[in-house]
Write a protein that binds this ligand. Structure first.
Ligand code: G3I
Length: 451
């Protein structure tokens, strides 16, 4: 159903509304859109983090989105064993240090990922005999944790140590096969002795609902708590797609772990899909975390679909142009945030783009708001522009000026009218009035294309 009113009705409504808006604008001071994932989560006593890859930090749209939206980071690969100790006892921290100092400069938390894992493990480790392997494991934990002592909020001390399926058994790995079940406990005890202030987590996937694998992890955590083995948190990776959807008992599962006396964290969230379905799934995950007091934060496994490990499944909150997706709006709304954080505009503020867009809420009242999109030409003049905007479900656009919209469901494609000719670097804007119908979230900016 088109979201705009029929033209005549819209015209009449717009004039009436204009008068009303002028009045209400006096009563409600203009508010720029100010909600971001990090600030909305912080208002709920939680962090909202993302996995970060050091080699993208130099890309302005990447670090701009990171700095604007997130208040926690997890190095995606840079702290793993193959990155930090590819040769025995020679430690390389350059790439991870880059991420940690970026995060510290912005006051973001850092999750350390990960100390003991069967994957991304250098071959020299797998070749060791039991005694030597134990020494190497404890040395690795000690050196890496000492290097980052005081800078890490939580460490994934052991990652993915259990098998998938119904066995509830430990996964075969050099650690398991040579040291037996006790390697996990030993890793946690060593970790506590090195940095007593860091939270120590066990982290895994396919443990998001109640199942044989999560039952096995649950039993281990229960045993650790009973025997005083130091463990503070359990990470639920939460990689979802149609074959592995968000489980209906997700919240109940988080809660049962929390009830053991550990924090729980969503550590690698991504959900393949698009549009409303993806948005709803994301909202459900956020709701579950908010409903569990000891769920201390969520981390998505990447900023933009462009660099996701599952890029073709478009599982993240920002598309490959860094535009906010409906899933972003859903997460922000569920966190209780208002407005849209996309002050940087569509195309990620990419200076190489033919045109870029920036959004601002120019006035706001009980059941409506006015938004304005500024279109700026890139390094070359343009003769016309087209911008896409996706409005949150339920909102109705009652008037739109200085642009010509066509509608497809919630998506408006707005084309220039008299204002298509822009010199290099010059700007114009179009505006609109939105009836909130219960949702105050800003529209998601798509890309700007020029002709
Ligand atoms: O950096 C090299 C590059 O030099 C080389 O040319 C290229 C060729 O394949 O590989 C690059 O390394 C890749 C690395 O990501 C960095 O992009 C590796 O091949 C690739 O295997 C590695 O994948 C990572 C994966 O863990 C490895 O298991 C993903 O980025 C990372 O997102 C993923 O993260 C894991 C978590 O740590 C644990 N939970 C599951 C999650 C998803 O698999």
């Amino acid at each position: 159903m088109p979201r705009s009113l029929p033209r005549r009705a819209a015209g009449a409504f717009a004039s009436a509304l204009l008068a009303a808006t002028t009045l209400t604008a006096l009563a409600h001071s203009a508010t720029a859109a100010d909600g971001t994932l990090g600030s909305a989560a912080a208002a709920k006593g939680r962090y909202f983090g993302t996995a970060v890859a050091a080699n993208h930090l130099g890309e302005s749209a990447y670090s701009g989105t990171l700095d604007r939206e997130f208040n926690a980071v997890t190095p995606e690969n840079e702290m793993k064993w193959d990155a930090t100790e590819s040769t025995r006892n020679t430690f390389t921290f350059g790439a991870a240090d880059q991420i940690v100092s970026h995060a510290q400069g912005k006051g973001m938390k850092v999750r350390g990922h990960t100390l003991v894992w069967h994957s991304q493990l250098p071959s020299w480790v797998s070749g060791l005999g039991a005694g030597d392997l134990r020494t190497a494991m404890n040395n690795h934990i000690t050196q890496v944790m000492q290097h980052y002592k005081g800078k890490i909020y939580a460490w994934d001390v052991v990652n993915e140590a259990f098998q998938d399926g119904s066995s509830g058994a430990r996964r075969s790995s050099p650690f398991q096969d040579k040291l037996g079940n006790g390697f996990i406990e030993e890793a946690f005890r060593t970790a506590r002795s090195v940095d007593p202030d860091a939270k120590l987590c066990y982290n895994d996937y396919n443990t998001d609902g109640v199942n044989a694998k999560s039952n096995a992890v649950y039993d281990m955590v229960k045993d650790f708590k009973a025997r005083g083995v130091p463990i503070d948190c359990v990470g639920f990776q939460s990689h979802f797609n149609s074959a592995s959807p968000v489980p209906s008992d997700y919240q109940a599962n988080l809660q049962r772990f929390a009830d053991l006396g550990v924090d729980v964290q969503i550590t690698e969230l991504d959900i393949e899909g698009s549009g409303t379905a993806q948005a709803n799934n994301y909202a459900n995950v956020v709701k579950a975390c908010l409903a569990v007091t000891r769920c201390t934060g969520l981390t998505v496994w990447g900023i933009t679909d462009k660099y996701s490990w599952r890029s073709s499944g478009t599982p993240l909150l920002f598309d490959s142009n860094y535009a906010q997706k409906p899933a972003y709006a859903a997460v922000l709304t569920t966190l209780g945030g208002t407005g849209g954080g996309d002050g940087g505009g569509g195309n990620g503020g990419d200076p190489a783009a033919a045109c870029t867009i920036a959004y601002a809420r120019t006035s706001d009242w009980n059941d409506g708001y006015n938004g304005e999109v500024t279109v700026t030409a890139g390094a070359a003049p343009i003769t016309g522009w087209t911008v896409t905007l996706t409005f949150p479900s339920g909102q109705k656009v009652s008037a739109l000026w200085n642009g010509s919209p066509t509608w497809n469901g919630d998506v408006a494609t707005v084309r220039s009218t008299y204002n298509g000719n822009l010199a290099a670097g010059a700007s114009t804007s179009f505006g609109f009035t939105v009836m909130k119908n219960g949702s105050s979230t800003a529209p998601t900016l798509g890309t700007c294309t020029a002709s």
